[in-house]
Write a protein that binds this ligand. Structure first.
Ligand code: GLN
Length: 482
């Protein structure tokens, strides 16, 4: 169960294990541990085993690819044909997708076997996974702690070894922050590298799917599967295919690592700072040179993001009207009443809050003061990063100001919750790639991730920085005792 995707692929190729045996083992572990963790919303044994049999047949016929038969878990935000795709919401509790998201299609073609659909904050809005219609996910390291959000189910599943790898999405940190809190590796690619087709839209100019795994090497392998141009996503980038494993193994000698002054200022807890400082020291031993850089508009990322993301969400979520699909109120008067009752019943309170904020900032008389202003700040933030990357190859810092907090600790204070996103939001506003890599533990024993931010299309380089760190350390091999 501690095997990586890379080693499972090897074992499958060597016929040491079959896809069916592997799927059966993981399903048994999910059956035993999921009731306590709530990492999965949907598990369908028959469907999983059918996919595993297809993978075994491909192995037998000699038509298998590198990853054929490797199990994977999908955040419940990716449309998958024949599977309920709830997005963590009552609104889509009854929605069975008639088609595959582009990334699911790619994984299916690669022969990966679906273990199930992972829990998440409703419509990916949240930082703690407490906003799910299906209940909170528990952190496998400490059942009293949040796993992080919004891809908390995927992070908890990989950390608890209920799946070797998973997919998540990151609009403002939702791959990196739960990866950090659960002690796994996750990467949010450059905006436009992974297709958003079939990914339930939250904030379209920020949303990006990506891999979550034990190691950087596994993330690179999975990114090779899911990245690539898709004409059905208008912001998908038309670029030549890349091998994201190509830099793995390069020495880090001479790598210039930037530490943003603003990321190590007030607000960062001392135990997280200690972990990040020792990770930087480790990279220095591996040959990296450290320079101080500045990202002066970091503080403004929170107000800018929490204007832009709700604005886009209020537009995207207007499609849930009770007419076409999803929940519809059972009793209503006229059409307007049907809309109102459907949306009042179908959405949770955080989603309603975002729709109200978004509608407000886009309305006549407030558009210039809020939305347009936020877009200008967004440009300044992107500019800050370009100035920093003139001095360094990658930027390092914390993912979150503290290790995972307790369930319930911030759930009644939305602003407090938003503030915990301080180190992740800027990356999405700028469209940059970034990852979280296990780097140690906080004073309370909960995992802490190191954030690596790269310039546009620097995924292969960042993955190697993480890989070299993982060759020299064993934080990524630590697993919770369950
Ligand atoms: N915490 C942020 C939000 O609630 C980011 C979520 C995400 O990346 N999906 O919007």
């Amino acid at each position: 169960m501690n095997s990586t995707l890379t080693s499972l692929a090897r074992a499958l190729a060597a016929r040491e294990i079959s896809a069916t045996e592997l799927a059966t083992d993981y399903l048994a572990r999910i059956d035993a541990l999921n009731p306590a963790l709530n990492a999965f919303i949907t598990v369908d044994v028959a469907k999983t085993l059918a996919e595993a049999r297809v993978a075994d047949a491909a192995r037998a016929a000699g038509t298998a690819g590198l990853l054929t038969g490797v199990p994977i878990a999908y955040k419940d935000i990716f449309c998958q044909q024949g599977w309920r795709t709830s997005c963590g919401s009552k609104m889509l509790d009854n929605f069975v997708s008639p088609y595959d998201a582009n990334v699911i299609e790619r994984c299916r073609t690669a022969g990966l076997v679906t273990l199930g659909r992972t829990n998440m904050d409703e419509f990916a809005m949240g930082s703690s996974n407490e906003n799910s219609f299906y209940g909170a996910v528990k952190n496998p390291w400490d059942l009293a702690a949040i796993p992080g959000g919004s891809s908390g189910g995927s992070a908890a599943a990989v950390a608890a070894r209920l799946a070797p790898v998973a997919l998540g999405t990151d609009t403002g940190g939702s791959i990196r922050q739960p990866a950090s809190h659960c002690g796994i590796t996750g990467i949010k690619p450059t905006y436009g590298v992974v297709s958003r087709f079939g990914m339930v839209a939250y904030a379209s100019s920020l949303d990006q799917g990506g891999p979550m795994a034990q190691t950087a090497e596994d993330c690179a392998q999975l990114l090779n599967v899911i990245a690539g141009f898709d004409e059905r996503d208008s912001t998908s980038l038309e670029r030549a295919a890349e091998d994201y494993t190509r830099e793995l193994g390069q020495p880090l000698t001479g790598l210039r690592v930037g530490l943003p002054r603003e990321y190590f200022a007030d607000g960062l807890s001392s135990d997280v700072a200690r972990v990040i400082e020792s990770a930087v020291a480790e990279l220095r031993k591996l040959g990296a040179e450290v320079v101080e850089v500045s990202l002066p508009n970091t503080e403004l990322s929170i107000p800018a993001y929490y204007v832009i993301a709700p604005a886009e969400a209020s537009s995207n979520l207007s499609r849930y009207d009770g007419v076409r699909y999803g929940h519809r109120a059972a009793e209503y008067g006229d059409l307007a009443d049907m809309y109102e009752k459907t949306r009042a019943e179908g959405f949770g309170s955080e989603v309603k809050r975002r729709i109200m904020v978004g509608t407000y900032v886009l309305s006549h008389g407030y558009y210039d003061a809020y939305y347009l202003k936020a877009q200008k700040i967004r440009r300044l933030i992107a500019g800050d990063f370009q100035a920093a990357f003139a001095q360094c190859d990658v930027i390092l810092g914390p993912v979150a100001p503290t290790a995972a907090f307790n369930l319930g600790e911030k759930s009644n204070d939305p602003v407090e919750m938003y503030l915990s996103d301080i180190y992740t939001l800027s990356v999405n506003l700028a469209g940059l790639p970034a990852m979280s890599v296990p780097a140690g533990f906080a004073d309370n024993g909960r995992p802490v991730g190191l954030q690596i931010i790269g310039n546009y299309f620097a995924e292969a380089k960042m993955l190697n920085v993480a890989h070299q760190f993982q060759q020299a350390t064993d934080w990524h091999q630590k697993a919770p005792v369950l």
